[in-house]
Design a protein around this ligand. Structure first.
Ligand code: NAD
Length: 361
């Protein structure tokens, strides 16, 4: 197969980790007889500096022409003072919207090799963590109108609007049920229906849609309880279905309990067109340019890109096995370092994974 990938390196550690992701993905695809071509486009702070806006039209065009989009991270203190419409994060929200990416899939997997890095009690970690947060991406309080800061009764007031339509809920519920069928057939829908009308509708529609998926078990949790259960007993979860705001927070929590934010990949998909594959973490300005970043989240996002974005499951398996083999051999970046292991920088860790991919074939 011949496929084309648009690279959005972004800011901070973005270029460093994407370089390692591209190396692993290219090697694995080539080993499986596929040909990949890559083209860079600008987004985030880098685009604000170069073009005066976080998501230039040319970037959207290049993404639409690609078979998949591979993104690093956006943002950083350099752009903290720019106007809200020019913030780097606007680029990210904008590209998800432009590509119609309504579903964000965020696996949180505790690899046995990294059990020591897990923040939970050993007996909790021993029960295992293998879940996917399915987060709705295009609706909710991030996009609802009205929004803004205005003056009310002589003082400033901030307003955002939480809104979901029935069809938006139905669509993401279907994604979660379909995914559960490929896993352990359990969906836990997370909302705040004891307080929010948006959540009441969410729960009603999820229950309606579940009638088409009798083979999948459905449960419900309020978001505060879900946050607690994720640290108390994460092994109970298979697929967590939730909205944009709650999913943003819960997926980072799920990520953190497995060890490091530097390990977690994600995929955002729509009805058709290219999907977007990116690590869960941000641009980590505190370690940018120092060759300290963990490239595994980006490399594992590359594996999701191969599997879900390009239909190359064998190449995806190669990348995932090579990443686990590097951990099994004791190689660690600083964020997951343990006594007795070998500390590597970002580039050297990426190189070990490429070598493992070569060695596997
Ligand atoms: P962050 O994820 O960038 O960093 C949080 C902490 O985790 C930092 O200590 C960082 O060094 C560490 N970390 C993150 N990724 C790592 C990796 N691959 N290897 C090793 N350590 C890693 O979150 P933040 O500090 O809250 O945000 C920094 C910037 O990133 C902000 O501008 C924020 O808006 C942006 N951000 C972007 C995205 C995205 O592009 N998807 C997501 C979250 C935050």
């Amino acid at each position: 197969m011949k496929k084309h990938i648009c690279l959005l390196e972004g800011d901070g550690i973005g270029p460093e980790i994407i370089a390692q992701g591209v190396a692993a993905v290219s090697e694995a695809a080539a080993r499986c007889g596929h040909e990949l071509t890559f083209e860079k486009a600008i987004i985030g702070g880098a685009a604000v500096n170069a073009a005066g806006e976080p998501l230039p039209a040319r970037t959207v065009e290049k993404c639409r022409q690609a078979d998949a989009v591979f993104l690093g991270a956006v943002g950083g203190p350099e752009w903290d003072a720019v106007s809200p419409d020019k913030r780097p994060e606007k680029g990210l929200l904008g590209i998800r919207k432009a590509l119609g990416l309504y579903a964000n899939l965020r696996p949180a997997l505790l690899m046995p090799e990294l059990a020591g890095a897990c923040l939970l009690k050993p007996e909790t970690a021993a029960a295992g963590i293998d879940l996917v947060v399915v987060r709705e991406l295009t609706g909710d309080i991030y996009f609802g109108e009205p929004r803004g800061i205005s003056t009310r009764g002589g003082m400033r007031a901030g307003v955002n609007t939480m809104v979901y339509t029935e069809e938006e809920i139905r669509r993401i519920a279907r994604t979660a049920f379909e995914l559960a069928r490929l896993r352990r057939r359990r969906v836990c829908s997370v909302d705040k229906s004891n307080v929010l009308e948006t959540s009441r509708l969410w729960r009603e529609v999820v229950i309606e849609e579940h009638r088409n998926y009798g083979d999948v078990e459905l449960s419900h949790l309020y978001v505060d309880n879900a946050a607690m259960q994720l640290v108390r007993a994460p092994s109970q979860f298979d697929v967590i279905l939730t909205g944009n705001l709650f999913g943003d927070i819960l997926s980072d929590e799920a990520a953190a309990v497995t060890g490091s934010l530097g390990m977690l990949p994600s995929a955002s998909v729509g009805v058709s067109g290219p999907g977007l594959f990116e690590p869960v973490h941000g641009s980590a300005p505190d370690i940018a340019g120092q060759d300290k970043a963990n490239p595994l989240a980006a490399i594992l996002s590359g594996a999701m890109l191969l599997r879900l974005g390009l239909g190359m499951p064998e190449a995806a398996d190669l990348v995932e096995k090579a990443a686990r083999a590097a951990l099994a051999k004791g190689y660690r970046t600083a964020d997951i370092m343990e006594t007795g292991k070998s500390l590597l920088g970002c580039a050297a860790m990426g190189q070990k994974i490429v070598e493992n991919i070569r060695g596997a074939c």
